[in-house]
Design a protein around this ligand. Structure first.
Ligand SMILES: [Zn+2]
Length: 252
């Protein structure tokens, strides 16, 4: 039902208009989902159920469209780790989700910059391996689900290290598998990448230990924590986040 409505609207409305109308349309669509038991940390809606997506692998908030990892990140940013509402930080956000971007835009003290390699809706279209920003520019960088798309990830990590301030943090997440990183630059077709790396535009699947080593090789000090460690079991359940969802904190 949700997918059918989304597909229909996409086919009849220009994308820019659709994005503009999205908050109003979602607030109407979400009425039957409202209730008790669950909570969205982005739009603050209390819910009795989510929209199940990807064959039950994730839960979408009907009121704002957030997925679980974005709710985890938002809880870290505002409630648990960073108290972002009190900060006057410069923040660079790679490939932001629309719900979190809308929320962060409401904090005028933040120097908030969004970037995506292609999207016309972001402030910048930076190539993460050659970022046109000065060194020590940002207090915080959010880089969730980006590096698994980047062939030269070492160069990207060097760039992240260069532009974050000393004492600043890069928040990272990618899909992880047990054991070592699996990558093979000879696998280039969409079909083969989907088969080998889980998505047709991914170029590897990281092992978490390898990922940490690569970050430390370019100079970062790292910490890894799963969702339960970060926000507690009660919040994990209320936000419907998988407890093993890992966030890597890379500090300069
Ligand atoms: Zn929401």
């Amino acid at each position: 039902m949700y997918r059918q409505i989304k597909t229909t609207l996409k086919s009849i409305l220009p994308e820019s208009l659709l994005f503009g109308l999205e908050p109003v349309m979602r607030s109407i669509y979400s009425v039957p989902f409202r209730g008790q038991g669950y909570h969205c940390s982005i739009c603050k809606t209390n819910l009795k159920k989510w929209i199940s997506i990807h064959d039950g692998a994730d839960n979408l908030c009907p009121a704002c469209g957030s997925i679980a990892r974005t709710r985890l990140m938002t809880t870290l940013l505002f409630e648990k780790t960073f108290e972002l509402e009190k900060q006057s930080w410069s923040l660079l956000h790679f490939s932001p989700s629309r719900p979190l971007k809308r929320l962060l835009r409401k904090y005028p003290k933040l120097d908030y910059v969004t970037t995506d390699y292609e999207s016309q809706y972001e402030d910048c279209n930076y190539d993460i391996t050659a970022i046109p920003e000065p060194e020590n520019r940002f207090d915080l960088i959010i880089c969730f689900h980006v590096l698994e798309h980047i062939p030269d990830d070492r160069k990207a990590m060097e760039e992240l290290f260069r532009i974050v301030k000393p004492g600043g943090t890069v928040l990272l997440q990618t899909p992880f598998q047990k054991g070592p990183t699996y990558e093979d630059p000879t696998i280039t077709s969409k079909t083969d990448r989907e088969k080998h790396f889980g998505q047709d535009d991914h170029v590897r699947i990281y092992g978490l230990d390898d990922f940490i080593v690569r970050l430390e090789d370019v100079g970062f000090k790292t910490k890894r924590q799963n969702a339960v460690e970060l926000i507690g079991e009660e919040s994990v359940n209320r936000l419907s986040i998988k407890g093993e969802n890992v966030v890597v904190f890379a500090k300069k």
